[in-house]
Ligand binder design. Sequence first.
Ligand SMILES: Cc1cc2nc3c(=O)[nH]c(=O)nc-3n(C[C@H](O)[C@H](O)[C@H](O)COP(=O)(O)O)c2cc1C
Length: 367
Amino acid sequence: MYPLFFRLFFRRMDPEAAHRLAVGWIRLVAGVPVLRTFVAAYLAPRFKELRTEALGLRMHGPVGLAAGFDKNAVAIDGLAMLGFDHVEIGTVTAQGQPGNPPRRLFRLVADRALINRMGFNNDGSAAVAARLAARRAVFRTTVGVNIGKTKTVPEAEAAADYVTSTERLAAHADYLVVNVSSPNTPGLRNLQATDALRPLLTAVRAAADRAVPDRRVPLLVKIAPDLADEDVDAVADLAVDLGLDGIIATNTTVSRDGLRSPQALTAETGGLSGAPLKERSLEVLRRLYARVGDRITLVGVGGVEDAEDAWQRILAGATLVQGYSAFIYRGPLWMRSVHKGLAARLAASPYATLADAVGAESRKVPA
Ligand SMILES: Cc1cc2nc3c(=O)[nH]c(=O)nc-3n(C[C@H](O)[C@H](O)[C@H](O)COP(=O)(O)O)c2cc1C
């Protein structure tokens, strides 16, 4: 039914307007107690066997919503109601900013993909921190907070900008993500070079420890699929060296290879997400797992469209999996089908628990 609805309704609308409308509905339904209980019972059935422990946190399952959908932390309960096992809010920057001028979000329907150049439009770390502090959680869910650099802050002062966000937000974060991989903030991805990344992550770690002395807030870094393989290895080694808790692989890509959509669309600048990203994201994940094994929690994201994709990420080494574009294309029943499919795959597999399946493909002895 959603595909029909998408074709008749959302597809004809400007993608950003559709996004605002969807968020409005999600918030509306989650605001009515009887309704949200009913909806959550149907859309977010809990499977005991999918319970996941990661980053020192207990979660209902391994699959969450990737950053960028709820940049300002306005719909966390509504998203938990739809079944997401964790919700990563943000990217939040130290100062609020409008992002790039519209239009800045494009649907490539023939490719089951999106291109966005939103440019970190968000209310800023002070406003988002206040919102998170005031939140009275209705549904228990894990909340990740993804932080990035304010556009007007020069690259040389990036660390101080991330530190400001950390000081304001760490106390409200189940885990914290340093995003250095969006293609839409000029120069941001240069921070992935280990010379820049080491002092940045060290400063953020120290700021989180100062801001939240009674709890070690897990710290992750989110990387781009466009890194060269050697650079993926370098980030992996750095993460181990710094005692980082996790790596999120991957953000959107600037590549436009193999697309079928009209050239007018594929020529739009920005980050490409969805199905065309699947192969490279999985490849980066495999590479990371080969390098770090289970010393660091890996989060697989990029082109995860269904339960099979989520299962493949887990077998490749991801303890957690995220999606964004598939949620846009598949709608509110998406997580329900992912959970059911994952539970079925686990039951049919030789693994007793989901944790046993993590990285299992690399342990397979060739016949
Ligand atoms: C419209 C849009 C906005 C996004 N904004 C952010 C963001 O603010 N921060 C971030 O780390 N990733 C952002 N992303 C990237 C997603 O979190 C995710 O890494 C990427 O879309 C790949 O996953 P997918 O193929 O399931 O969409 C955004 C993606 C989209 C489509």
